[in-house]
Write a protein of this length. Structure first.
Lengths: 345, 60
């Protein structure tokens, strides 16, 4: 199967039995649909919080989600449980993805351009990107393949039926495809995803705690979790975008062990590179160090030179506009009070 | 000429600082999203990263 055989231009060819669902992450709308009557699609885990809710879509529906008001209490997503079947759709999504069963996953005519070393490989074929998802636990053939056009605005996901048969409802963009789609779409001039915990405090200020695994993101998230009128946007993945000359940090569904995810956003007020310490202190960073540390905790599409160029430029912009520190912290509540200080007012 | 300094004007030279190379640790296994996200919390259920299940590889 290839985009050439199946075509990817299905925007105006939806059959009546489609059951589209829509998610909205970082002000980016994605519609997922299927024309396959035997495939039931839905959303799993924290992504449920990012569903665009509309029980009865109409032509007037503009696809916008009501954002939780600033300071709203956080509901903890459940990472387990059955998928929710979404029936919302958007009049004009940024990305449209079609899902269907596939059966011929053996052939791959494209040129391999990246290998993650584990779950997925990326190929280029006739101007399309092809992701092949293979798990050694399942065998040598992909359990899923996904085609996207060069701008990542349209895609098709083919699922290997034998691997999914016992699932009543399938989320076609199941991790890591959803995150891969976002980092590629963002990298075309729209924003950057970073490995970070993001917190909106009671004044609506966005604090970004950046670090790789074991740096302390989960610890920080849990310390803020029950802070009155504050919201943990994510304990592990934050999307940064610049809109109207403001750098915004957005929550994502790709949570970490604290399982905290929120579809809210906050203007980025400060960046902290996490380091464990004997006391709470902030160490100023040279801009070049900050850019390097942010880049090391970002998720760039390494195979795309233009995207890398954009990400570095974007991070430079972030560093120019937002104070960046190394935060040496003790893992207790005092660090929350320390950060809540008035230094940014 | 704009490139010439006026007479008597002292040129304030920036003190020389030896260039230094700072290494930033990268974690490619995390950055490329190649593995299950973390132990038993989030990941492709079909490959064993289901909630509270066994993960075939930890990547972040």
């Amino acid at each position: 199967m290839s985009p050439g055989e199946q075509g990817i231009g299905y925007r105006s060819a939806l059959s009546p039995h489609c059951s589209p669902l829509s998610i909205r992450i970082a002000d980016i709308n994605i519609s997922i649909l299927t024309q396959d009557p035997e495939l039931r699609i839905g959303v799993e885990g924290a992504a449920k919080q990012f569903l665009t809710h509309s029980a009865a879509p109409s032509p007037a529906f503009d696809g916008r989600v009501k954002k939780p008001r600033s300071g709203s209490t956080l509901s903890k997503p459940k990472a387990s449980g059955r998928a929710v079947e979404g029936l919302a759709t958007q009049a004009n999504p940024d990305v449209m993805v079609q899902a269907r069963w596939g059966d011929d996953f053996k052939q791959c005519r494209g040129e391999k351009i990246f290998d993650s070393g584990a779950l997925w490989q990326l190929y280029s074929e006739n101007g399309f990107y092809l992701f092949r998802f293979i798990s050694q636990a399942l065998g040598s053939l992909p359990y899923k393949v996904a085609y996207f056009n060069g701008s990542f605005t349209e895609g098709k996901v083919f699922l290997q039926r034998s691997y999914f048969n016992d699932k009543p409802c399938i989320y076609p963009l199941e991790y890591p495809l959803d995150e891969l789609l976002f980092i590629n779409f963002l990298a075309l001039g729209r924003g950057v995803e970073v490995h970070a915990c993001g917190v909106m405090d009671s004044r609506g200020r966005g604090h970004l705690f950046v670090g790789q695994s074991t740096a302390g993101k989960t610890t920080i998230a849990k310390l803020w979790e029950y802070e009155p009128n504050s919201t943990v946007l994510s304990d592990d993945r934050i999307i940064l975008r610049k809109m109207d000359n403001t750098i915004w940090m957005y929550g994502t569904p790709w949570h970490g062990e604290a399982m905290l995810a929120s579809p809210s956003r906050a203007p980025l007020t400060a960046v902290y590179f996490l380091e464990k310490g004997q006391k709470n202190e902030l160490i100023s960073q040279k801009p070049v160090n900050s850019i390097g540390r942010l880049f090391a905790c970002s998720f760039p599409p390494f195979y795309n030179r233009d995207a890398l160029d954009f990400i570095l430029t974007f991070l430079e912009d972030v560093v120019k506009n937002v104070p960046c520190y190394e935060l040496r912290f003790t893992p207790d509540k005092r660090v929350v009070e320390f950060i809540k200080g008035d230094r940014f007012t | 000429m704009s490139g010439r300094k006026k007479q008597g004007e002292r040129v304030q030279k920036k003190p020389y600082t030896k260039p230094e190379v700072k290494q930033v640790p990268l974690r490619p296994e995390e950055a490329v999203l190649g593995f299950c996200k973390n132990t038993g919390v989030y990941g492709p259920t079909i490959t064993g990263c289901k909630p509270l299940g066994n993960c075939s590889g930890i990547g972040s």
